[in-house]
Design a protein around this ligand. Structure first.
Ligand code: GDP
Ligand code: CA
Length: 326
């Protein structure tokens, strides 16, 4: 079986770690999982290329993530950041630990030698043992892409990097819109379209629908591949009780003029979504497409995430068997 998933950082990674746990406990070991990761969050800091969502996926699936934080490395020290602060280097609002720095140094070294990000990511994934578990991690594109936010402060309107808005301002600066520099000219990374076209099931984890999934869908060719996919596409709502479990997806939705409801999020995917998992507290009117199923959606443990991922996969497989002529 071939599963392809689109993913942002923490929400995507926790869901996919659950999916792997589910596949391993049900002994569906011959499953291939291809993850298409968001690179709109990428940022150059201290001369180093940082890919927050790809790294969160690597660390979480590789067993090296800081569990309570949800991102960065477990058992981390911060000597480099302290020394940078003593030097007066900026910015100081983005936290990078020492082990994490090694990832960014290695990535930047290889990118500087002309290696595409997809190839660098493949090497990093080997470090974390992903191939042995049947997992391929692909950046959505090798083209450098950056999500910016147009914000207004008093009379002044300017665009700032998504990370500055999200991390430094905690999404509290009024945002007018998101602009993704480089996205219109980006091409899908090698393997991305094939993974969407060749999948048996496509999963959308409960990642941020605007600045994670929405950005991946904006890579030219990706949305069309999903529309034309023979595989069922099943999504998991990132909202529980109409609110994001963590982060500011509600502010992102408001910025693009969409209600903070699971039904409205499904509407963003209406042209290709076949199945939609919502939390029990977010019951929405049943529709024939997407087929809606309600269950608890809080990923409170790896087991809970595995149950949710298993439910999403089962919904996809039930939809696939319906499509197969008898
Ligand atoms: P980010 O890049 O680190 O922001 O992570 P993602 O884009 O992958 O995921 C962020 C989304 O995950 C947020 O909108 C959260 O609401 C959602 N999320 C986090 N934990 C949970 C959970 O336990 N259940 C559900 N349903 N969504 C979650
Ligand atoms: Ca992210």
């Amino acid at each position: 079986m071939r599963i392809t998933a689109l993913a942002g950082g923490v929400g995507g990674a926790r869901f996919l770690r659950g999916l792997l746990h589910h596949l391993e406990r049900t002994r569906a070991d011959r499953t291939e999982l291809t993850i298409i990761g968001n690179t709109g969050d990428d940022i150059t800091l201290f001369g180093l290329r940082v890919c927050p969502d790809l790294d969160t996926l690597l660390y979480t699936l590789g067993g090296g993530v800081h569990e309570t934080q949800g991102w960065g490395r477990a058992d981390e020290s911060h000597h480099v950041a302290e020394e940078l602060a003593a030097l007066g280097a900026t910015p100081t609002w983005f936290s990078l630990g020492d082990k994490d720095f090694a990832t960014h140094i290695y990535r930047s070294q290889l990118l500087g030698q002309g290696m595409p990000l997809s190839e660098v990511t493949r090497l990093l994934a080997s470090r974390w043992g992903l191939p042995q578990r049947g997992v391929s991690l692909l950046p959505m594109t090798d083209t450098p892409v950056e999500t910016h936010v147009v914000v207004t402060e008093g009379e002044r309107t300017r665009a700032i990097h998504f990370q500055e808005w999200w991390v430094k301002h905690r999404a509290a600066l009024p945002a007018e819109r998101f602009v993704v520099a480089g996205l219109d000219r980006a091409t899908p990374a090698p393997g991305v379209l094939d993974a969407l076209r060749g999948a048996d099931v496509v999963l959308l984890p409960p990642s941020n629908p605007v600045v994670s999934i929405g950005i991946i869908l904006g890579v030219p060719g990706v949305r069309d591949a999903l529309r034309g996919s023979r595989a069922p596409v099943v999504g998991v709502s990132p909202l529980v009780g109409g609110r994001p479990v963590r982060g500011h997806a509600d502010v992102c939705l408001q910025t693009i003029g969409v209600d903070s409801t699971s039904a409205a999020v499904a509407g963003l995917y209406a042209d290709f979504l076949d199945g939609w998992l919502v939390d029990e507290s977010d019951q929405m009117a049943g529709t024939s497409r997407p087929l809606v199923s309600a269950r608890p959606l809080l990923m409170s443990s790896v087991e809970a995430a595995a149950d949710i991922a298993g439910a999403a996969l089962d919904l996809g497989l039930s939809l696939a068997s319906k499509d197969t002529p008898a």
